[in-house]
Design a binder for this molecule. Structure first.
Ligand code: NAP
Length: 347
């Protein structure tokens, strides 16, 4: 069923140039744009701060912009390129009336009603936008090694997600960098496809839990390369290997690889809301009852609140949840209540 875009959108600029929206979405990955599609179809005319170009996983379109083929997103039998998939999300959101601006939210004030947002288009001036409800979908970034060749070959043999890309490396020699649970989980997953998986770790002891270590040590396809760091990722348009160094002896050598997975941790993009919203111990936004956060009217979805699944499809699903939560919250008039009483109850 397609909702007609019937009533005039509740978006206006006041005398001071502050544009008001019922819903503002921060982030334009699968979570943010799904939230935009749903709230746009509910006639709430969301404004999406899509972000600004960068190469760290917080650029417009999110982490899928850094991948090539996506084969596990349902509905695309033959796979689809990550950037193409995100273009489609955006077009779909716009089709129903979402406004998507290539701006970063520089600051938000969640202590006032409506919430205030300083878009990067406004420079160092006053807030540019106010919102009755805010959906935070700023995602997370994979921590990267920061060595030469890594950026260039990301999506061309270098990956940060075994679940997403492992399938492309059948019968190849693969390395996973890292010594935590993520690295071992990725390595174990990759044994389904790879000929051999080498875990490259910078120390002589793993950080991972004992059970994961036992599983990795017991696996015939997994080899540990201890006390080793990657100095350079090699290959022109496709990964061919890595230059590594033994940090004890100082010896350098080149290893041939079909794939290199960087699994040294993730960082949620929470700088904007740190100190305003409750975060988990690991630094992710704390959500409850779906997408509610510690401040009524602020909803969170996608990787900024999920350190477990981290898939495009789960992010999209949580974007839908946030949109429905926000829509019902507005529909019930909670934002009015907060405006008049200033209370923080009633989530
Ligand atoms: P993590 O525990 O922080 O481990 C990161 C690993 O990467 C460490 O071994 C670290 O080395 C290494 N590292 C960091 N920066 C590096 C660099 N620049 N160069 C080379 N190596 C680098 O991160 P995680 O593995 O993503 O896990 C995060 C949390 O999620 C943990 O609490 C973990 O237990 C949990 N988790 C659980 C599971 C599970 O239970 N199945 C799966 C995944 C994650 P050092 O050890 O030398 O610091």
């Amino acid at each position: 069923m397609s909702a007609p875009f019937a009533t005039p959108p509740e978006a206006h600029a006041d005398g001071a140039g502050l544009a008001h929206r019922q819903i503002v979405v921060l982030g334009s990955g699968p979570a943010g744009l799904t939230a935009a599609i749903y709230t746009a179809r509910a006639n709430l005319m969301p404004l999406v701060f899509a972000g600004e170009p960068s190469s760290t996983g917080d650029q417009p379109g999110g982490q899928l912009m850094l991948t090539t083929e996506v084969e596990n997103y349902p509905g695309f039998v033959d796979g689809i390129l990550g950037p193409e998939l995100m273009n489609r999300f955006e077009s779909q959101a716009k089709r129903f009336g979402a406004d998507v601006v290539q701006e970063r939210a520089l600051r938000v004030d969640l202590t006032t009603r409506p919430f205030l947002i300083w878009g990067s288009g406004g420079g160092s001036g006053p807030p540019t936008t106010s919102a009755d409800a805010l959906i935070v979908a700023t995602g997370a970034r994979s921590l990267m090694l920061g060595v030469p060749g890594e950026d260039r070959l990301l999506g061309h043999g270098v990956s940060t997600c075994a679940t997403c890309d492992g399938f492309f490396f059948r019968e190849q020699d693969i390395a996973v960098v890292g010594g935590g649970d993520s690295a071992l989980e990725e390595a174990l997953f990759l044994t389904r496809f790879a000929r051999k998986v080498t875990v490259i770790h910078r120390r002589s002891e793993l950080r991972a839990s004992r059970i994961m270590q036992d599983r990795a040590f017991a696996h015939e396809k997994i080899e540990l390369m201890w006390n080793t760091v990657v100095l350079e990722v090699l290959g022109e348009s496709k990964l061919s290997g890595a230059r590594v160094q033994d940090v004890v002896t100082g010896e350098e050598r080149v290893i041939s690889l079909g794939g290199l997975f960087v699994a040294i941790g993730h960082q949620p993009n929470t700088d904007l809301v740190k100190g305003q919203l409750d975060l988990t111990e690991a630094g992710y936004i704390q959500t409850f009852d779906g997408s509610f956060t510690s401040i009524p009217g602020v909803f969170a979805c996608g990787d900024v609140q999920d350190h477990v699944y981290r898939q495009a499809i789960t992010a999209a699903g949580s974007g839908c949840i946030a949109a429905i939560d926000a829509e019902r919250w507005l529909e019930a008039g909670h934002h009015q209540l907060h405006k008049t009483t200033g209370t923080r109850e009633g989530a």
